[in-house]
Every structure is written in structure tokens, then in C-alpha cells.
Design a protein around this ligand. Structure first.
Ligand SMILES: Cc1cc2nc3c(=O)[nH]c(=O)nc-3n(C[C@H](O)[C@H](O)[C@H](O)COP(=O)(O)OP(=O)(O)OC[C@H]3O[C@@H](n4cnc5c(N)ncnc54)[C@H](O)[C@@H]3O)c2cc1C
Length: 437
């Protein structure tokens, strides 16, 4: 056997799994098709990432990187009629209350180097081409992307962490795309975006429009990531370049216009598809799918990196235990799969809700009856192991959302109110031309 584990992909899921397995003394190979540092989207973390950072031993390196600290998240309606800030430390059930916003090129390289530091062999610029099973265990055919001859490598286990490339899931035809969440994202990095004062300066700011939403994420002392998520069909119908569509939607997002009055774009416009999906199976014989290679959901609640790292950690634990037992670990893998489903469903339900008005109406009205706000706060921070005390509160939250469909428990949201004159228009005059250069 060449390795105990081959990890396909060196993003957050892959580098977490590799670091933990190598630290446990296993021979680990990471195949990463890109050369780091490379751009990646997904810049806002969740506080519960901190526990995993501590386990990986990367907290000092992350501190030194100087990323902005994130203490909360804001949700605004584009017409400025409602807004809501969640401050993680105010949640009764929230055990970790702050984290960082990151530039992924830097963050991902730091994590991959950490996997190296613990002893993983990392081959950058190597793509997995095929993966299969034989009497010896798992094999992976891989080649250098510069055109090298494919080689066949053997391992007891393979961890698929190929992100939305969804390598083994596609190979096995397992991907199921959410029919209502076929989104697309248009985004860029900017300098000069106005930040809030104090701790709120590091918040993720979400601006919900009638159709679509913007994110604003401060990822450096100067740099801010700003993006628009909308239905892919709407973009196709618009028949305009993505940056024009971004600009048009910006005029419906007053809280963002104000913040971007002096913004200047410092990176290229980028567009990516943002389809939510899951694979019908998350494990196979001696194979575990992690992170986006298990499933991907719309990034509204910034859970992607946290779920990716958490699944990388759980995959490493399952593989480590199976190796210790000297078995194929089928029961351990089945347990892993159940756990990943459970945590994915948690956010999946919230994401589906976010695109419905009754959910927003309840979500945007803070009422601490039965500690509901605390429960939502904990979920937004990454609490997926909160047990029954969290679960019944979330069930109650969703019951209120169902009631809200028929009876207005909280005031109705009116997206058309955006036609009223913008009292802050004088602040945003001149922005689009400057930012769209
Ligand atoms: C528009 C948008 C905004 C987002 N915003 C956020 C956010 O704010 N916060 C958040 O937490 N998440 C966000 N996400 C989600 C986040 O990007 C992902 O959930 C996260 O990156 C998943 O990590 P991963 O390790 O599973 O995959 P990735 O980070 O995608 O890593 C996969 C790696 O595998 C490599 N790879 C692929 N195929 C192969 C192959 N055949 N062989 C070898 N290597 C291969 C790739 O090069 C890549 O480096 C966003 C996603 C989108 C689309």
C-alpha cells in the first residue's frame, strides 16, 4: 500500500482531514490540482471554526495573518425598511462567539501548509483523474496538470475533498441539484468600502432584495468582498454583462450603496454558478466525501467552510479508527454519513427558508420569547451539536414561520417600498461609475 489515505483536494476540508490523519501518524497524500496560493470564494467563517483551528494548531498563524475579526452578522432589506444584527456573544447557547473573515488565497495556503507541517505529502498541480476499488483497497489515477503521464496510487482509504468539482460524486452519478436554488454569484474585491464603527466593522453584511441578495465581507484592512447572488434564469434573461446586472441591483440596495460610495474595485469581476446540491450517498467502500464534495448549499449563512472543515475532521476520525481496527470501517463510515446529513440538513432548511418572505418576517423581528433568538444565534455561529434544547426551539421557530404564512404575527415585509425616495441618495451619487471601472 502506498498510503493509508489519499485526500483529493487541498481546500479547507482536504487540508483538515490530511493534517489530522498525518498527526495521528498515518501516511497521507494530498493531491491538489491547483498551485497555491489561488483565488477561492467563501470568505466569511463561523465562530465554531475556532474549535477546529485550535485542534489543527493554526490559531497563532491565523492571528498573525491579521484578518479582520467577525463578531456578528447583519441582515438588511434593500429598501432599508428593516434590519437586524446578530451578535454572537449574545446568544445563550453560543459557545464560540467570534472568528475571522479571510482572504481565501492566504487562508487555504496556510491550512495546506499546516497539513504538510504535520507530515502529509502534498502534490500541488496534480489532478485526480479516476478513482476505483480493487482487492488491495482504493486506487487513484492522477497526473500532473502540466501533462504528466498518469500514475496509479493505492491507499486504504480515499477522502474526496474536491469541492464543487464533486469528483467521485460525479463519477458515480450521485449529484442531486436543488430545483429552486439554481443561483449564480457575481462578485469582486474592493477598496474604500465604508465600514461600521467598533466591533461591527468586521460583520458580514447581507442585503436582501426582492429577488437576490448582496454580501459584503471585510477580508483585510482595506479589502472588502462584495457579491450579488441571484437566480441564474434572471441573469440569463437580463442579457447584459454580469457587472451591469450587479450595478442595476445595487440601485435597489440602499444599505450597500451608502457603504460603497467611495469604493474602488481592486480585482477582476468574477461570476460563478451557485447551485445547491447534495450527493445521494456521502460514503462508498473505503471512500468518504467531505465539504462541498458531499453537498453544497447557497452561502447565505456562511456555513460552507465550517461544514467543510468539520466534515474533514470527522472523516479523519472515522478513517483513523478504521485503520486502528484494521477493517474497512463500514459502520464508522455509515455513522460519518449520518452525522454529515444531520448537519447539512440544519442549514439546508435555513437556506430554503431565507428565500421565502414569511421566514424573513420572523427572522428579521427579534423576540427573545422562549430564547428563540438565542437559538437562531447559535445556529448562525455554527452550533450543530446543541442537542434537544436547540432543536425544539428551531422547530418552534419554523412553526412560527408556517403560521406567519396565514397570520401576520410580525409586520409584513414590503419589498416595493423601495420605490420611495432614498433619503441617502446624495451619499451614493457617483459610486457606480467609479466602482464599475
Ligand atoms: C458565491 C459563493 C460564496 C460563498 N461564500 C461563503 C462564505 O462566505 N463562507 C463560507 O463558509 N463559505 C462560502 N462559500 C462556500 C465555500 O466556498 C465552500 O463551502 C468551501 O470552500 C468548501 O471547502 P472544500 O474544501 O470542500 O472545497 P474547496 O474549497 O472548493 O476545495 C476543493 C479543492 O479541490 C481541488 N480539486 C478539485 N478537483 C480536483 C481533482 N480532480 N484533483 C485534485 N484536486 C482537485 C480544487 O482545486 C480545490 O482547491 C461560498 C461559495 C460560493 C459559490
Amino acid at each position: 500500500m502506498d498510503y493509508e489515505a489519499i485526500v483529493l483536494g487541498g481546500g479547507p476540508a482536504g487540508s483538515t482531514a490530511a493534517a489530522l490523519l498525518a498527526r495521528a501518524g498515518q501516511r497521507v497524500l494530498v493531491l491538489e490540482k491547483e498551485r497555491f496560493p489561488r483565488f477561492h470564494i467563501g470568505e466569511s467563517l463561523l465562530p465554531y471554526n475556532q474549535a477546529i483551528f485550535a485542534e489543527l494548531g493554526v490559531v497563532p498563524a491565523l492571528e498573525a495573518a491579521g484578518f479582520p475579526r467577525k463578531y456578528g452578522a447583519q441582515f438588511h432589506l434593500g429598501n432599508d425598511t428593516r434590519h437586524r444584527r446578530f451578535e454572537f456573544r449574545q446568544g445563550r447557547f453560543t459557545r464560540y462567539t467570534e472568528t475571522w473573515q479571510v482572504e481565501r488565497a492566504v487562508f487555504d495556503e496556510l491550512l495546506l501548509n499546516n497539513a504538510r507541517r504535520w507530515g502529509s505529502e502534498v502534490r500541488e498541480g496534480w489532478a485526480a483523474l479516476r478513482c476505483g476499488l480493487d482487492e488491495r483497497g482504493r486506487w487513484v489515477e492522477a497526473a500532473e496538470i502540466t501533462g504528466g503521464k498518469p500514475v496509479r496510487l493505492h491507499a486504504a482509504f480515499v477522502v474526496d475533498a474536491t469541492g464543487r468539482a464533486n469528483f467521485t460524486g460525479n463519477q458515480e452519478g450521485l449529484r442531486v441539484v436543488h430545483p429552486q436554488l439554481k443561483k449564480v454569484a457575481i462578485f469582486a474585491h474592493f477598496h474604500g468600502v465604508r465600514r461600521d464603527r467598533g466591533e461591527a466593522a468586521g460583520d458580514t453584511v447581507i442585503i436582501r432584495l426582492a429577488r437576490g441578495w448582496f454580501w459584503l465581507i471585510p477580508i483585510g484592512a482595506e479589502k472588502t468582498s462584495v457579491g450579488l447572488v441571484m437566480d441564474q434564469e434572471d441573469l440569463a434573461r437580463a442579457g447584459e454583462p454580469p457587472e451591469r446586472v450587479f450595478e442595476r441591483h445595487l440601485s435597489q440596495a440602499r444599505p450597500l450603496q451608502r457603504r460603497m460610495e467611495r469604493a474602488e474595485r481592486v480585482g477582476p469581476w468574477r461570476t460563478t454558478s451557485d447551485f445547491s446540491y447534495y450527493n445521494r450517498r456521502l460514503v462508498g467502500p473505503r471512500l468518504l466525501r467531505t465539504g462541498d464534495a458531499a453537498g453544497f448549499m447557497d452561502p447565505i449563512f456562511s456555513a460552507g467552510v465550517f461544514l467543510a472543515m468539520r466534515s474533514g475532521k470527522l472523516a479523519a476520525a472515522a478513517v483513523q479508527e478504521a485503520l486502528k481496527q484494521g477493517t474497512d470501517g463500514r459502520f464508522l463510515l455509515a455513522h460519518y454519513e449520518r452525522e454529515i446529513w444531520r448537519s447539512m440538513r440544519f442549514y439546508w432548511r435555513m437556506v430554503e427558508g431565507f428565500y421565502t418572505t414569511p421566514f424573513l418576517e420572523i427572522f428579521m423581528e427579534p423576540r427573545e420569547n422562549f430564547s428563540l433568538v438565542s437559538a437562531v444565534n447559535a445556529v448562525l455561529a455554527g452550533e450543530v451539536e446543541g442537542g434537544w434544547k436547540l432543536r425544539w426551539r428551531l422547530e418552534l421557530f419554523f412553526a412560527l414561520v408556517r403560521l406567519q404564512r396565514r397570520w401576520a404575527l410580525t409586520p409584513r415585509i414590503n419589498f416595493d417600498a423601495s420605490t420611495a425616495p432614498d433619503p441617502f441618495a446624495f451619499l451614493s451619487r457617483g459610486f457606480p461609475q467609479k466602482a464599475m471601472k
